[in-house]
Design a protein around this ligand. Sequence first.
Ligand code: PBG
Length: 425
Amino acid sequence: MASTIVNMPLNVGTIKGLDCLSHGKFNANALPIRPSVSSLPHRRMVVVKASTNDGPIKKLGMSDAECEAAVVAGNIPEAPPVPPIPASPAGTPVGTSVDIRSRPRRNRRSPVLRSAFQETSLSPANFVYPLFIHEGEEDTPIGAMPGCYRLGWRHGLVEEVAKARDVGVNSIVLFPKVPDALKSPTGDEAYNDNGLVPRTIRLLKDKYPDLIIYTDVALDPYSSDGHDGIVREDGVIMNDETVHQLCKQAVSQARAGADVVSPSDMMDGRVGAIRSALDAEGFQHVSIMSYTAKYASSFYGPFREALDSNPRFGDKKTYQMNPANYREALIELRTDESEGADILLVKPGLPYLDVVRLLRDNSPLPIAAYQVSGEYSMIKAGGVLKMIDEQKVMLESLMCLRRAGADIILTYFALQAARCLCGEK
Ligand code: PBG
């Protein structure tokens, strides 16, 4: 019997439990099965073989029949005594045992049992790493997101991707900081085949052909108004005209080599229109991850600082969803499914776990959750102020998104969390 896991970096385990961290490194000798490892170029293979008992039978003296006869005759061999009942502290009430049959604590009483019965797992393979890029050569720290940078597309970005791949994170999503001089009311830079995003995709695909590149489809980084769509004189965001631009943007990204285009704009009908545009250009194989339920949230603040993409006026409430609404997510789900979305995304993440679960229970498609900038920054800030344990809260928040039903998680913690899961930090 042999099972094979291919394409996993050797040091990456699928960590089932937060508990595993305290268990230290994976110990092959502690298991009845012995993993043997062989490596292929660019691929690692783990072969797990059941141990076979085909060696010679050891002779220790008496035969089985003699042993049985000795026991029957009353010569019982020695074994350790029945363990003593552990003492309780003085003053513990006695005779208070409650008559309950179901005691859920029985299945939680040891690390081995807890990990055996753990329902949800968290692995670096579940992460998509959002990365900010700019035209500069340097990496510029983002004030409101400690540990995040606007990365130089040619150097810093490539190094960050290499670090992520080392710990099993092989999916990224790109967000560009576009020079103000290239922004316009119609955001035409969004579909410049030589713009920052298409250029970066070509560079990354050249270096790492198997890297999965997600792209953001929306006009806000390119819009002089800072909105996701074209703004009419009276402030109205023009739906169908914006969708026209988004189709061109998605096709330009696909042409450069994007694997998954991700409309985050919340215009009506954009998934179907983008699907048709991609197909018409021969990009049937390119997936669409739709921001199905994207709420008009204040948790996006640090991201807008990172990209300098705050709306110049007004807010995004005429296209992003009202945080008070739940059923409305089902309407978006139905349209996205019928228009050909491949992945459905909920954003933000932790404050919207109910919506993640709603989509999980109502669609067979993969569900993504976006742990957004504000969620990231709150955990970072709490950690810096020593109010919470940053690492534990980070892993718990990611596990909770998985438990709620997310298959993949877009998270600025992707690298840090993957390193923890690999036992590196
Ligand atoms: C815009 C976009 C936003 C985010 C991702 N894509 C901001 C917005 O809608 O204003 C937010 C991500 C985050 O806060 O981490 N298309």
